[in-house]
Design a protein around this ligand. Structure first.
Ligand code: PMP
Length: 485
């Protein structure tokens, strides 16, 4: 634990890092009671979803098709959706929500046909089908657009961020001839064995759960873990020149937000270059920072070897993209050709994944052309600023030790008053085990859909000033109640 985390959560463990040292905030037991009451009231409005959960569990282990759809922080039932359009979502009990969750990012530019990319993709599917053996011009245009936007010359696509990250790691191994990777502590890059490793105490490597699902029995076999913003710890893992690739986010986003400081990203790239290691950014979340992602906002173009992103870059249509530089692309091509028929893509490495398709290509193209623009981000940014200002005003009004931050179209609130620079500290600010649960249940119960496992709101291009007011009233209540006022 770092000093920030220790200050607010002196007895913190990985399982329980609730911030208890917060002046003026209700005692934890009281917050838990309030959370339980709110959740019970909301679940009382979820009769159809409750019945659907029971029915669904007879034919699916968790009662959902997609694994993440069960991730409602251990709730006793699932919630099922009837319809989603623009920035609204309706559950099967007829409750309407202002949707700030948007599937936890994929639909962050809006649900349904009001989003031009979804509209164009649906039309493409009706006219052209989904899969042919031949590529199409949309795919070529997408690669050209991404080359311009994200500063790497060569691009490909998969159907998810996990698959794109997996491909990046495979290519990095292929072109460097090394097979170990490195990730920062408390990171998430999808369902990849090697990236699901963390460091609960200095020098100790672990997995989040002791389950028998991993390919590599020894947790440190293929992975080294360093500390974000700590160049010495990064150099330690790179020094023996065994690491093929460092994979990270330019701003850590999955266990609370941890901001880079003192040009950490630039210096990390210099270290990677010094030791012949590739640097890959995963912008699946941080694409929200601006029309060219956080790398664009932070001016990192030209200072990385790979860039990957998930579905949001195609407005939620299943897609993962990954880019590489020209030299890597040529080497990938050369080695794959040299390996011959049975050694090539089909048997490992990239696989002959059936990923290219008309729908993803059209959605990606239109998102790149019409949605990921300075104009759209500027328009959304006005609402984001109004929300952040309103939330901060409530914090000030009740002298609450909380903080609101923005990352482009994404807003996070934390239950500690400070910006964080490492994800371990940031996770304390989420307030799991009381404040997190209360704030969520309170919002859900009043028709505001916040991401179920993080204190996060995403603002879509369809957002209206009235939506801002609706949320700010709810937020003001949350802060007031937590401060016992
Ligand atoms: N990378 C990051 C940073 C993510 O946050 C996520 C999922 N939220 C993924 C990768 C995995 O995305 P997918 O589920 O599309 O594979």
């Amino acid at each position: 634990m770092t000093p920030t985390a220790l200050k607010y959560s002196p007895d913190a463990t990985v399982e329980d890092s609730y911030p208890t040292n917060l002046p003026g905030v209700l005692p934890r037991e009281q917050v838990i009671k309030l959370a339980e009451t709110e959740l019970a009231a909301w679940l009382g409005k979820q009769k159809n979803s409750r019945e659907m959960t029971q029915r669904a569990k007879k034919s699916s282990p968790f009662g959902v098709l997609g694994n993440h759809q069960k991730d409602w922080n251990n709730m006793p039932q699932n919630i099922y959706c009837e319809r989603a359009y623009g920035n609204k979502f309706w559950d099967i009990d007829g409750n309407e929500y202002l949707d700030f969750c948007l599937g936890d990012t994929p639909d962050m530019y809006g649900h349904g046909g009001v989003n031009p990319a979804i509209k164009a993709a649906a039309a493409a599917m009706l006219e052209n089908g989904v899969y042919t053996m031949a590529a199409d011009e949309d795919g070529v245009v997408c690669c050209e657009l991404m080359a311009k936007k994200f500063g790497l010359s060569h691009w490909m696509a998969n159907l998810s961020a996990s698959d794109s990250n997996r491909a990046v790691l495979a290519i990095a191994r292929q072109v460097t001839g090394r097979n170990i990777i490195a990730v920062p502590n408390f990171t998430y890059h999808g369902n990849i064995d090697e990236t699901q490793v963390f460091m609960p105490a200095t020098g100790v490597l672990s997995r989040f759960h002791d389950m028998n699902i991993y390919q590599y029995p020894e947790v440190g076999d293929r992975t080294r873990v360093f500390t974000f913003n700590d160049l010495d710890s990064l150099e330690d893992v790179l020094r023996d020149r065994q690491v093929a690739c460092v994979m990270m986010e330019p701003i850590m986003s999955n266990f609370g937000w941890a901001w880079p400081r003192d040009n950490f990203n630039e210096k990390a790239y210099q270290l990677c270059q010094k030791y012949g290691t590739k640097l890959a950014y995963d912008e699946t979340h941080t694409l929200s920072a601006g029309p060219a992602g956080a790398c664009g906002e932070l001016g990192l173009q030209g200072k990385y070897d790979f860039w990957a992103c998930g579905k949001a870059i195609a407005s939620g249509v299943p897609t993962g993209v990954f880019g590489m530089d020209e030299e890597t692309a040529h080497e990938l091509h050369r080695q794959t050709e040299a390996a011959g028929l049975f050694g090539e893509a089909a048997f490992g490495r990239l696989g002959t994944l059936l990923s290219g398709n008309t729908v993803s290509a059209k959605a990606l193209r239109v998102t790149l052309e019409q949605v990921l623009t300075g104009e759209v981000y500027a328009r959304v940014g006005v609402h984001v600023d109004a929300i952040v200002a309103g939330m901060s005003a409530s914090i000030e009004k009740y002298a609450a030790p909380f903080l609101v931050e923005k990352m482009g179209n994404r807003i996070a609130y934390t239950f500690i008053p400070e910006k964080c620079y490492d994800p371990v500290s940031a996770s304390v600010g989420i307030g799991f085990g009381g404040m997190f649960e209360f704030s969520h249940a309170y919002a859900w119960n009043r028709g505001i859909m916040i991401m179920p496992y993080f204190n996060m709101l995403i603002v879509t291009p369809q957002h209206e000033p009235a939506d801002t007011q609706r949320w700010l009233l709810v937020w003001d209540d949350i802060v007031r109640i937590l401060m016992g006022k």
